[in-house]
Design a binder for this molecule. Structure first.
Ligand code: PAF
Length: 279
């Protein structure tokens, strides 16, 4: 496995692979890897000749400085995991490499980045779009892989790729869960054992919400019940539970195969998200 921290040698290395007509899969991450990330690596390794995993905690997508400071960083463990999952290249740049000049570029995705995560984390998706554009430009992947847990992020990146004409295929890989149902997330590393147990309430709320909606309850009633269920646990706070159309993420009342339930909230200081497709 080759490890690069600078753009120029990585580009030169990947150019030699492209000259041999080898396909390149990119798995962008912020490190603190878990089984969900390894699934992305495995799928990429199956579908491409070369798999590149980027590990970069991107400051411009954090709207809360303490969240950025506390984001887990576990590079040595990440390296071992990537090697065993079949990754060929790690790209782990410093801030000075990714932001050689301070950036004033801002992305506006209209409605798509103002709702759900965008409402609670203003500027987040602009920062994601900025760093993902840079990564697409550096790696020029044949395919890029993202987790379904960040459903809204995937929608934003799809729009980005479409509008900026990035010549690549995007792929969304299903959520991987702990046995408890808790969706795998780097942020889980910040939870104590008891908080991890408490955090399962988000997935349980999604399951209950789906069941209630399918039995005819209104989304408004379901939201109230979800809030009660989550906040019955000390230290847990529900930020939102929404039923949205999978195409455009607009709120919907229609409990159909085109709907998705999305949830976000806090366990102690740690903010978590999850989702469940209705179909
Ligand atoms: O999903 C993530 O880990 C990040 O938002 C990403 C896509 C790597 C961009 O920093």
């Amino acid at each position: 496995m080759d490890i690069f921290s600078e753009i120029k040698p990585l580009r030169a290395f990947l150019d030699t692979k492209r000259d041999l007509h080898l396909s390149i899969g990119l798995v962008p991450t912020m490190g603190a890897l878990h089984r969900g990330h390894l699934d992305l690596i495995r799928v990429s390794a199956q579908e491409n000749d070369i798999t590149v995993c980027s590990i970069y905690v991107n400051p411009t997508q954090f709207n809360n400085p303490s969240d950025l400071a506390k984001y887990p960083r576990t590079f040595e463990e990440d390296k071992e995991m990537l090697l065993s999952a079949g990754c060929n290249v790690i790209f782990a740049p410093l801030n000075t490499e990714m932001y050689k000049v301070p950036s004033n570029l801002r992305f506006d995705f209209g409605y798509l980045d103002k709702i759900l995560e965008g409402e609670f984390r203003p500027g987040h998706f602009s920062g994601v779009a900025l760093v993902v554009s840079k990564l697409f430009n550096i790696v020029k992947p044949t395919k890029a892989y993202f987790g379904q847990k960040d459903f809204q992020q995937y929608k934003v990146i799809s729009k980005l790729a479409e509008e900026l004409l990035f010549d690549l295929i995007l792929s969304s890989v299903p959520i991987v869960r702990e046995e408890s149902g808790l969706a795998m997330s780097s942020r889980n590393k910040r939870l104590s054992e008891s908080e991890k147990q408490d955090a399962t309430v988000f997935y349980q709320s999604l399951l209950l919400a789906k069941q209630l909606l399918l039995s005819g309850e209104s989304i408004e009633a379901v939201k109230i019940k979800s809030k009660q269920k989550c906040e019955a646990i000390p230290g847990v706070r529900l930020e939102y539970l929404e039923l949205a159309d999978t195409e455009n993420l607009k709120p919907t009342q229609l409990v159909s195969g085109n709907a998705i339930l999305l949830i976000a909230g806090y366990v102690g200081e740690v903010r978590l998200i999850d989702n469940l497709l209705i179909g």
